[in-house]
Design a protein around this ligand. Structure first.
Ligand code: ATP
Length: 613
């Protein structure tokens, strides 16, 4: 699958030529259109919106588009659906996913025992709050449905909430449920498992004792979506005809799932399974085309009937359509201030009621600087940015630094790591990884001096000057003991996936080189360098690649000229990768322009869901 997608997204010109040749088209206007579509896919859009004039123009070129562009019922390489032009495969992904979702939204709450739910909820949320406990509301709403989205920023309690939801579902079930946890990348899956184990530890001790038999049935390890679906060449083992064997699936970091993977996932789900997607709708969308999670989170509403039902179950007075509620972010309030809830019978109205948004960050209560900066970015409040940096010592903004000074400062931050990696008495890769995860450089761009590749090269030169590393060449690549690498390709043979981060090590006895990777459910994996899939150094990584990871201190490096790639979601994602400190290296006008820039990816999902049930 990955290889096929790369053909379209990475080589737009070639795809245009091949399609034109296949359809025997020799028409520059049509060729330009295919190229525009391929380029927009590369930018993350699922489709291309055509104007009425462009559509009229196409219909006049009937001869030249015959066999190339067809309606949704035709089998042509390109599909024109209303005003939206798709590559056939993406039209199919979006259409089938929407159908699966609509089926799920249609089979809501059959025979739920609301009295039993209320009883268990009160055990799981023993403290009655003065204000509405939105975590409790989220669990209550999710227990009435087989599809739920829980969106929230870092530390808003998504994992704690989903743990209580799983305890509730398992407590209600007549037979023990098969529950599985998954995430788009290995790193995100590892963090999800760790989060679950922490959340269990943090349950009040009386609840832990009382719920012990149920707790023992819950998974505390998560797997990657690829592993869950079962890689099988370029396809997956599980699909509509051979669905997954599970009752409940929880997927974390769902904002990272692209349209293609979302389609494959929903195709492989048994119709009776309950699905819970967790994520942060404000984060960057997936690397590949689509912004499915944020599209699904576009509206969040509580109908009057649902408000009554949830009030009864939770013992809080839940307002219908809670516009202006403290729990909602100002941006969100603005977004919904003109939406009045009508008992609409469209799928998007059904979906809006399955979207639970958590807003209070427990994590940022102790590190308020990061929370304040993240909120200022989300609210696109430029006037708040400078004051936020002035007030919080955990935040530093280097607006006018020279390039070399910046590199010097970034390199210094890796000193603690090289001290442990070069200490022959410290041979524990977990200590190495924990030390290197204290600091990471995140870049907006991939290429150029301010991109991840350029910064990595420059940092390596500095590491060498400081005698922290002694590079040698193998298979044409510079390697050294302690080199931090990121895999940039899925490789089923080695079990390594795009985004996996490992450490290169030379065996002291044999002198052989290996890269070691932390495993979700096993010891460290050791792979000889010549068997590694394609990789890059990872002292600096793009913000896109950093999704699903967290570091104590994050340095965000922006280029010295504005690039449209810098936008609100990118900056928010970068800032929220930090647990303690953020150093922002970028000119003020570039940061301001980036915060104001909030593009939306094109897709037809909203239109498809805006259908009558
Ligand atoms: N209702 C609550 N009251 C007090 N503390 C809470 C509550 N909910 C969550 N926390 C605490 O907040 C922290 C973050 O919670 P949790 O890990 O569930 O959030 P998360 O949204 O999953 O975080 P992340 O974005 O890092 O995955 C944890 O220390 C947790 O114990």
């Amino acid at each position: 699958m990955q290889a096929e997608l790369q053909t379209v997204t990475e080589f737009p010109e070639q795809i245009t030529k091949v399609l034109s040749l296949l359809a025997q088209i020799d028409n520059p206007v049509v060729e330009a259109l295919i190229l525009r579509l391929a380029n927009s896919l590369q930018e993350g859009h699922v489709c291309l919106h055509l104007s009425t004039d462009e559509i009229n123009d196409l219909s006049h070129r009937h001869q030249s588009i015959n066999g190339l562009i067809g309606s949704p019922t035709e089998f042509t390489p390109l599909i024109l659906d209303g005003h939206k032009l798709y590559f056939h495969r993406y039209w199919l992904y979006e259409d089938r996913f929407a159908n699966q979702l609509c089926k799920r939204l249609n089979q809501q709450s059959a025979n739920v025992d609301e009295a039993q739910i209320k009883l268990l909820l009160n055990k799981l949320f023993a403290n009655k709050l003065d204000d509405i406990d939105w975590q409790k509301v989220a669990v209550a709403a999710a227990s009435l449905s087989n599809f739920t989205i829980i969106s929230g920023g870092p530390g808003t309690g998504k994992t704690s909430t989903v743990l209580r939801l799983l305890l509730l579902l398992q407590g209600l079930a007549k037979q023990p449920l098969t529950i599985r946890l998954a995430a788009p990348t290995g790193k995100a899956a590892a963090r999800m498992g760790e989060g679950m184990r922490n959340a269990i530890q943090k349950l009040p001790s009386d609840a832990q004792a009382e719920l012990k038999p149920i707790l023992e049935t819950l998974p505390t390890q998560a797997e990657t979506l690829h592993r869950l679906l079962g890689p099988n060449g370029h396809r997956f083992t599980h699909h509509a005809l051979y669905p997954l064997s599970l009752d409940v699936l929880v997927v974390d970091e769902a904002s990272m799932i692209d349209q293609a993977m979302m389609y494959h996932l929903f195709e492989a789900l048994p119709p009776s399974a309950t699905v819970i997607l967790l994520g942060d709708k404000d984060q960057l969308s997936s690397v590949d085309a689509g912004s499915v999670f944020s599209d699904l989170c576009e509206k969040t509403l509580i109908s009057p009937a649902n408000a009554t039902r949830l009030s009864e179950i939770t013992d809080y007075q839940i307002p219908a359509n809670p516009v202006g509620n403290q729990n909602m972010h100002p941006v969100q309030n603005d977004m919904f201030s003109d939406i009045e809830f009508t008992e609409s019978n469209t799928y998007d109205a059904l979906l809006a009621q399955q979207v639970q948004v958590l807003k209070h960050s427990y994590r940022f209560a102790s590190v308020p600087g990061i929370g304040a900066l993240a909120n200022a970015i989300l609210a696109q409040d430029l006037s708040a940015l400078n004051p936020v940096f002035e007030v919080h010592p955990s935040l530093v903004w280097q607006k006018n630094a020279e390039y070399e000074d910046m590199l010097g400062s970034l390199a210094e931050r890796f000193q603690p790591y090289f001290e442990v990696i070069n200490d022959s008495l410290i041979n524990d890769p977990t200590i190495w990884m924990n030390t290197v995860d204290q600091f990471r450089v995140l870049t907006a761009l991939k290429d150029g001096p301010y991109g991840a590749l350029g910064i990595n090269r420059a940092l390596e030169r500095r590491f060498q000057l400081k005698h922290w590393i002694r590079p040698t060449t193998q298979n044409g690549r510079s390697i050294y003991h302690g080199l931090l690498i990121m895999v940039v390709q899925n490789d089923y043979q080695s079990g390594l996936f795009n985004g996996d981060v490992g450490i290169v090590q030379q065996d002291q006895q044999t002198g052989k080189w290996h890269a070691r990777f932390p495993q979700i459910d096993a010891d460290w994996k050791s792979i000889p360098l010549n068997r590694l899939p394609d990789w890059v150094p990872a002292w600096a990584m793009t913000i896109h690649k950093s999704q699903g990871s967290e570091f104590d201190h994050v340095a965000i490096v922006l280029p010295n000229q504005f690039s449209p790639i810098i936008n609100r979601s990118l900056l928010y994602t970068a800032v929220t990768r930090a647990k303690q400190n953020v150093t922002l290296w970028g000119k003020q006008n570039i940061v301001f322009e980036g915060v104001k820039n909030h593009p939306k990816r094109m897709s037809g999902l909203a239109d498809r869901l805006n259908r009558v049930t």
